[in-house]
Each structure stands twice: as structure tokens, then as C-alpha cells.
Design a protein around this ligand. Sequence first.
Ligand code: SF4
Ligand code: SF4
Length: 426
Amino acid sequence: MLSKFSKNLIIDESNQCVSCGLCLPHCPTYRVLKSEADSPRGRIALMNGVANGRIALNARFIQHMDRCLTCRACEAVCPNNVSYGRLIDETRALIADQSKSVASARKSNWRIALERLLLTQPTRLDRLRRLLHFLQKNEWLRGLRRSSLIKNKRIFKFIIQLPVVKFPYAAAAENTASNGSAWRVVYPAQGEKRGEVALFLGCVARVTDVATLNSSIYVLNRLGYTVHIPRNQMCCGAIYQHSGALEQANALVQRNKSVFAEFDTVISTASGCGVQLLESGVAGEQGEVIDISHFLMAAKGWESIHIAPLAQKILVHEPCSLRHVLREQAYPYQLIARIPGAAAVPLAGNDQCCGAAGTYFIDQPEIADTLLQNKITTVKESKAQYLVTSNIGCAMHIANGLYENGIHVEVLHPVTLLARQMGLEL
Ligand code: SF4
Ligand code: SF4
């Protein structure tokens, strides 16, 4: 049973809400469903009722909590500083703890096993790289995409739609220690030495977003920063955290804390992971977790770097984690502005979630598709060739939507576009 402390935490925090309703127009699910119970104010009132024992913890309550994207747009605009993110995580832990039969019915056994495999043993994913690459190269996965067998199986569709698998940057270089997962342990700085940083790989991202990781290493090295890829780093734990599995999330956090303990600066390339690393204190009291765009804009050494021009309109998508939580959405625009001729333009509707939201696009496909369609429409109207985003989950979700709609816009991380213009061949 969940501790009295957690229930008290839900009661205390939900009591901070004064029901002003200022958050309602910012909530994507309220805008789509137009129901008070699917708004932040409504959800907070329900949480308070359940924690106080006035409302039953039943399937309807769970549904309203499940429909929340944890985008935290409500938290960003709340005049009373209600910690909505904390509230929804604790409430999901309450649901998982007090309603085990309902909770387990929400996830199949194979999904639980897959999550455990991906989240607790991410180095195993590195070993799947060659297999995935082989299947993609031979178009087998693309062929499966057209099969009616997987038509309504979103998790399989997701696997089939994974971006082209790439290999770690300079993994074959000689005279450098390998950590056994195809990533080198150290990527030395080039030219004048300016510092040392650790790079967080993530779990799924270490296979699906190698382009961003390679690009980050390349740009950091060129600017004079040595990049360390510590062994045994784990998933950040966000997926467990937001599904109410707080103990499992904490176990991953503790592992990462010991892995990154010796580094002052931990760089994250996915803003969703960055939030979790930051809020869970992975870098310790002395260290910092910092998003790659923020770090690069503060870095020195740019004067000696040649960046090839790209006279194009670059749409900038602002992930909720970057905009509503880190509040660092300005940095990707500044990074793109380093490319001569490039015009960074906000994607219309950046204040609203794209619907990816961790595993939300699998669990709540109707709402996720509605939100995605808004993005697709605005990208189409923009007539741009490129869209940059700082979170791999959003990138894959939007790229798949564009593919399904026959729209040829390249979706990539801002650092990837920058590295390419600096000469990295991806
Ligand atoms: S803005 Fe804050 S105080 Fe107002 S209803 Fe929303 S959560 Fe409650
Ligand atoms: S986190 Fe997002 S979806 Fe959930 S209540 Fe807040 S604004 Fe709405």
C-alpha cells in the first residue's frame, strides 16, 4: 500500500490549486476532449478526492489520469506554482499500488518484459543494432509496414518505422578503449582543450538517435571538449517515473548517479531524458545536467569553425520538456542561427504537445493522432524542407506522421544539422 506520506503529498500539493482555470486553455487534452475531468483543474480535483477517500479509485478515474500527456503545459502557466508533474507521477504510483488488477491489465506481459529489457539493460540494445540495420537495409521492415498483420499494432508499427539505424561515430578507430557496446569510452578534444564532459546516451536513443549522439560528439570535439561515454549508464527512468513505477525509476537513477558521479557536466541530447536526469539529481550537488543546445551556445571556440551556408527555412519544433519544464526553447534557434543563411522559424502551435509523450502514442492513439495531425498540417503549410526538434520521441512521432502523409520534410536534431554543415558525413 502506498505510504501515508505519498497520499499526504497529493493532498498538500492539490490543495495549492485555487481552481482559477488559467491552465485550461493550455491543456491539449482539454482542448481536444472539452471535458473538465480531462483538464488540469479537473484532474487535480479528482486526485484530491481520491487521496482524501471521497472519490473511488475506479476505472473512470484511471482513464482521466491516463489521458494526461504529462506535458506540463499547465504547470508552466500556473500562477500558484502547483507542481502538476509531481502530482500526476504520485497519483499514477497510487493507482499502480492500490489497483494492481486494473494496473496490470493495462499492460500486456510482453510489453512489461520488453520495457524491462530496454530500460534496465540498454547495452543489449547496442547488440540489436546490426540486426535492425540488416533488416532495414533489405527493406524487410518496410515490406512489413504494408502488411495487414501489423495494421493496428502500434508497437510493431513503431519498430518498423524506426529511423535508419546508424553506427557510433568512429567506433572502429584504433588505439582507443571500447566500452563493449560499440561506443568508445573517450572521444578526445581536437585542437585547443577547453574542457571535459560526459554524454548521456539514453536507452532507445542509443540505437534510434545515433545521428544526434555522433553529431554532439563531433561538434564538442571540434570545439575543444573531450567527451566521455561512461560504461554502464542506464535509461534515465522517465518511462517508469511517469507510469507510477517510482521504485524502478529510482533504481535507475541511483545507478546513473554512481556512473556519472565523477563528472561535473553531463550532457543530454534528448530534452525528455534531460528533465528526468535534472529533476532526479543525477549529476549530484556539485555537477550539472545540461541540454546540448544550451551547452554549445555557452561554449567557446566557434571563431575557428567553418560552417557551410544553408539558405533554407528551418522549422523549429519545441518539445514540451524543453519548453514547459527546462524552459530552454530559445537555444535551438540560436544554434541554427550559427548556420549562414539558415532561417529558424517556430513551428506554429509549439505551445501544444505533438502527442508522442513517451509511450502515450501507443497507449492513447486517438488523442495522440489528433495532436499529431495538427503538427502535420502546420508543417505542410510551411513549405519548409527541414524540421528540427530536440527530443527523439517527438522526432520519430512527427517523422512517421509526415511519412504516412507523403510529406518529404527531413526531421532531425538541431545539432545534427549543425554538424552536417560543419563537415560531418552522417
Ligand atoms: S492554473 Fe494552477 S491554480 Fe489555476 S486551476 Fe490550473 S493548476 Fe489550479
Ligand atoms: S500535463 Fe499536459 S495534458 Fe496533463 S493536465 Fe497538464 S496540460 Fe493537460
